[in-house]
Design a protein around this ligand. Structure first.
Ligand SMILES: [Fe+2]
Length: 1012
């Protein structure tokens, strides 16, 4: 008996008994079916009253197998009207694992075997209604999934199983399904569709793992796709709604198993590993001392040496995240999660260890380029051990000679010198991978917000004379008033840590400020860089200003200063803007959403796709990226202080109310409120692609959220009385962001407008903002000289021992300041890995697109099952909207008047032996500006003083290019010399090189003896 219970889940006696309680319900339900009730078609009742032996349920689907009257089986003494039963079918879509290890395969076959003898998967329908007699939710009898063993070897990604239920016609609409998995192995349910009810099929989106009862004793609960606010929850579903939330909240105790689904909070006390030694001790982030957002609790035991530090779980054992937060296998296989995990768990650390012997400096810039051409030589055997076993990212390619090669990052794919130019340096401040630190300069010199009592005098070294020569004749105040000066300021982010960072071996950095001037062309130009060291050092070394170069030496110093700025930028981008603002700060909102809002809650449904995978990515980061001696600490200048910089930014800078795009732009002075403009703001800097494009996305998100919220929350009272919603937000603030909970800037949640604002911010941060900060990491950061994350030397000054070396070979000096092969490679990989993380998180990159899609289709409050078609439609809608917007912005310009051209010859027939006379005659007819065609060439002719002024002065830049001819192409290597190249960044760089290298007074003097 005991054995049968173990195998089949219940005793043989239980299995052979007649229907028990359920049977009684069957019998007792008769009287309730006598009275007609809502939802049962009149025809059914008519036929039922007529005593027909059997009817079909008035179902919309043909799948209804049979409906029988109990009366047909009863004797003639039974009442004429008897309770009716309908048979309905649940179609369960289970997603299969494509790869199984030996153990999983054995367990799978064992489950198939035991399924035949009753140890199976059992479903039960739960109605939205209460049983009037028992006052408990109506439930169907349990039914097992059929054909599990028969479909054991079915090919394909998904397998559909069915379960048949017989329910009363008074059952109502099923609102939930409970599942018991008596197998040994978990399985993944994608969805369930129940067919046969009069209202049509009922869908249950699941997308969740169902664990074995051996591991988790309770039943899994899945709700239908109908959204309900808590107060509107049907009576039959209320107990399950509360039970499911209790399950997800857990008890906050014990070590979490990988199969758990418990969401809870903890501090970042698992980054260090004190058991390995003092070098691996890291402070706990989160708490009174170092405020930080909370992360997902794993409950691991403490370390041996520090009871407050959680013990580490090292690769390849995964960190706990709730089971449904783990990557789906299909995504791993089809995209890059497997690669990401492989790289994070195996490749990076192994490469770091194995290649350390090859750690050497570059000698010249061509060494860097050769890494792309020739690859990096690996240790013998490493390729066999690692590379051939691991699915490598696309950007990393293998060759047949133990070489590792990288795809060429876009920053140098077209022009190898692009990263050296000032205009590209400035462009990246507004359109690069970190376009969110630039701000409008309102006070000169800029001021620090740090406490001088702690950090000493913090006056800026910038003086008016440093920038005055680059302001096109304007005074500094005039340039500020006209919004011509901008700044990227990393002073306050780095100053508190400079002493400690610079004391690390092989790491040196400044706290930088860069001043930009807005040129008449509408582009930015860097004009001064302030490099600050802690005031405790020698006074002449504590601050330094580097300005635009005037000769070769100052040009190299300028390049070094820009490299330090880029290094500061790379650190703040990764540690603050990317990790803190879009990963860590989002985690509490995600945890609270799962703990406090039911899956039926409309706001949970709205947020769910934006929360997907963030917990898993954050856990992977804690394990391999931001941990002690992890990839981030290895590759970025602040080293072991990286996460403390992130925490300082959380304490001093992060504000949830400023995380919307409009608020952020206004805070940085990059936009001013203007109700007449499309998005309620006017950009101060017109050519600011991040803001211009971002506002379109932001607006689409906000409009969609507004439409959605207004549907469910027509007034403020509903918002205030939604207990789940209020609990979610309160817990996000008071528990998830407990260290900042007393800040006065937290938005309130008391009206639909408050809710729209909060939700738009969260969706923006986790989708579009994350994409903007992430997708360009390899294109820009993959070429490390463009964004060197690790700097090893300060800039030498006259009198320093290094200064002589610098003068002797500045190229070598700058290279040894920045790069070594292995850190370079690791940094490049880090960029790639971090960018890949978004590929997983940003499967919801399509969300803004789907939001846009919903703007152009009628709003539907019901859940719409996502599929490729809807994503494709979303994509098309987005592309259409963007193109239409661009077309609308682009003015269509007409050509000047002119004679109608003939085919082939154009207007050459009108040009006589004296062309100027012919043109003069034509201009008298067509005006001072006319359009001619010389053969296939279009020619615009100006024939007046005013036109000459327009072309040669007003629009000089437009006409400054050289004609494109074969002579220029073939004699000067595709227009590469200064004579034939088109006017633009390349030509300006060439001119600058000529001025600096050829025509400076020093150079001319040196050429004296060879000058003809
Ligand atoms: Fe990310």
């Amino acid at each position: 008996m005991a054995f049968s219970k173990e195998i089949m889940g219940r005793t043989l006696m239980e299995r052979t008994m007649l229907p028990g309680p359920a049977w009684k319900v069957w019998r007792q339900s008769g009287p309730f079916l006598v009275q007609p009730r809502e939802g049962i078609p009149a025809e059914l009742w008519r036929r039922r009253k007529a005593g027909e032996a059997a009817v079909r349920a008035a179902a919309s689907e043909a799948v209804v197998r049979a409906v029988s009257f109990v009366s047909a089986k009863k004797g003639p003494a039974e009442p004429a009207v008897s309770p009716a039963k309908i048979e309905v079918r649940a179609v369960v879509t289970v997603r299969k694992k494509s790869k199984e290890d030996m153990k999983e395969a054995i367990v799978k076959h064992f489950d198939a075997l035991t399924d035949r003898i009753g140890r199976n998967v059992v479903l039960q329908l739960v109605s939205t209604e209460l049983d009037p007699k028992t006052k408990a939710p109506k439930k169907s009898r349990e039914a097992a999934l059929q054909d599990w063993s028969e479909k054991l070897n079915v090919k394909g990604e998904r397998v559909q199983y069915t379960a048949m239920f017989t329910v009363d016609t008074s059952f109502g609409i099923p609102g939930a399904i409970t599942i018991s998995n008596k197998h040994q192995k978990e399985f993944f349910i994608e969805s369930i569709t129940v067919e046969g009810f009069s209202g049509g099929p009922v869908h249950f989106p699941c997308n969740s793992w169902v664990q074995s009862k051996n591991d988790h004793h309770g039943k899994r609960i899945f709700f239908s796709n109908k959204s309900y606010l808590p107060s509107e929850t049907p009576a039959g579903l209320r107990p399950l709604r509360e039970e499911e939330l209790r399950n997800l909240r857990g008890d906050g105790k014990g070590v979490r198993k990988l199969s758990d689904r418990v969401y809870d909070y903890d501090v970042y006390n698992d980054l260090g590993n004190p058991d390995r030694g003092i070098d691996f001790v890291r402070p706990t982030l989160g708490g009174f001392k170092i405020p930080y957002p909370r992360r997902c609790r794993t409950g691991r035991v403490s370390t041996d040496t520090d009871v407050n530090a959680e013990s580490r779980v090292e690769k390849p054992t995964p960190l706990y995240v709730p089971r449904d937060e783990q990557f789906e296998e299909t995504k791993m296989n089809t995209f890059s999660t497997g690669r990401l995990k492989a790289v994070l768990h195996n490749l990076l650390p192994s490469m770091k260890a194995s290649l350390s012997a090859n750690n050497k400096d570059f000698n010249c810039f061509s060494d860097i380029n050769s890494l792309y051409k020739e690859g990096l030589l690996l240790k013998v055997g490493l390729q066999d051990e690692l590379l051939k076993k691991l699915p490598l990212p696309r950007v990393i390619q293998e060759s047949s000679h133990d070489l590792l090669k990288f795809a060429i990052p876009k920053i140098v794919s077209k022009d190898k010198c692009a990263w050296l130019r000032d205009d590209e340096f400035a462009r990246q401040a507004v359109a690069g991978i970190n376009p969110v630190n630039i701000e409008r300069l309102t006070v000169f010199p800029p001021q620090s917000k740090l406490d001088p009592e702690i950090y000493g005098p913090l006056d800026s070294a910038l003086k008016e004379e440093h920038i005055l020569g680059n302001l096109n004749g304007m005074s500094v105040q005039q340039a500020i008033n006209e919004s011509k000066l901008f700044m990227v300021d990393f002073h306050d982010a780095y100053i508190p840590f400079l002493d400690k960072i610079n004391a690390l071996d092989g790491r040196k950095t400044y706290a930088t400020r860069t001043i930009y001037f807005l040129t008449p062309l509408g582009t930015l130009k860097p004009i001064a860089i302030e490099l600050t060291l802690p005031p405790g050092g020698p006074s002449f070394r504590s601050r330094r200003v580097v300005t635009s170069p005037v000769d070769a030496t100052t040009n190299w110093i300028w390049q070094l200063a820009k490299a330090h700025v880029s290094s500061n930028d790379a650190g703040v981008h990764q540690l603050v803007n990317h990790w803190l603002r879009t990963h860590a700060a989002m985690e509490p909102f995600i945890l609270a959403a799962h703990r406090q809002m039911s899956a039926m809650h409309p706001i949970f449904k709205l947020l769910d796709p934006h929360m997907r995978y963030t917990l898993e990515i954050n856990a992977l980061a804690r394990q391999n990226l931001i941990n002690a001696d992890g990839v981030i600490e290895s590759c970025f200048t602040p080293g072991r202080y990286c996460m403390e910089i992130s925490a300082a930014a959380y304490k001093n800078f992060w504000r949830f109310d400023q995380e919307s795009l409009p608020a952020d732009l206004i805070r940085r002075g990059m936009a001013v409120p203007d109700p007449t403009q499309p998005y309620g703001l006017r950009l101060v800097l017109e050519d600011y692609p991040y803001a211009a494009d971002g506002l379109m996305i932001w607006s689409a998100i906000e409009n969609w959220v507004r439409t959605y919220v207004n549907y469910y929350y027509p007034d403020a009272g509903i918002v205030c009385n939604d207990m789940e919603l209020q609990a979610w937000y309160a817990e996000s603030v008071n528990v998830g962001h407990a260290d900042l909970r007393h800040a006065d800037w937290w938005p309130t949640l008391a009206s639909p407008e408050d809710l729209i604002s909060i939700l738009s911010r969260i969706i923006w941060l986790s989708s579009a903002q994350h994409a903007a900060l992430n997708f360009g990491q390899y294109p820009y950061g993959g070429f490390v000289p463009n964004r060197p994350p690790l700097m090893r030397r300060l800039i030498p000054e006259e009198g320093d021992p290094d200064y002589t070396n610098f003068l002797a070979d500045p190229q070598n000096f700058i290279l040894t300041t920045q790069y070594q092969e292995v850190p370079w490679m690791l940094a490049s990989w880090t960029c790639h890995v971090c960018a890949r993380c978004s590929s997983q998180i940003l499967t919801h990159l399509s969300e803004p697109f789907s939001l846009l899609q919903r703007l152009v289709i009628p709003f539907q409050p019901m859940e719409i099952p996502s599929n490729w078609a809807s994503l494709a439609a979303a994509w098309l809608a987005t592309v259409t909207i963007v193109l239409l917007a661009r077309l609308r912005r682009r003015r269509r310009l007409n050509l000047p008047p002119g004679p109608k051209p003939w085919p082939i010859i154009g207007n050459l027939d009108l040009i006589g032996p004296l062309p100027h006379r012919s043109i003069h005659e034509l201009s008298r007819k067509y005006g001072p500006l006319m359009n001619l065609r010389f053969g296939s060439f279009r020619v615009v002719v100006g024939s007046s003083v005013e036109m000459a002024r327009t072309m040669l002065k007003t629009h000089d830049v437009t006409f400054a290019g050289r004609p494109v001819t074969n002579a220029g192409k073939y004699t000067t290597y595709n227009y590469s010399n200064i004579t034939w190249s088109q006017y633009g960044p390349y030509w300006r760089q060439a001119r600058k090189m000529c001025i600096v290298e050829l025509f400076s007074a020093k150079r001319l003097e040196s050429f004296e003896y060879i000058r003809v």
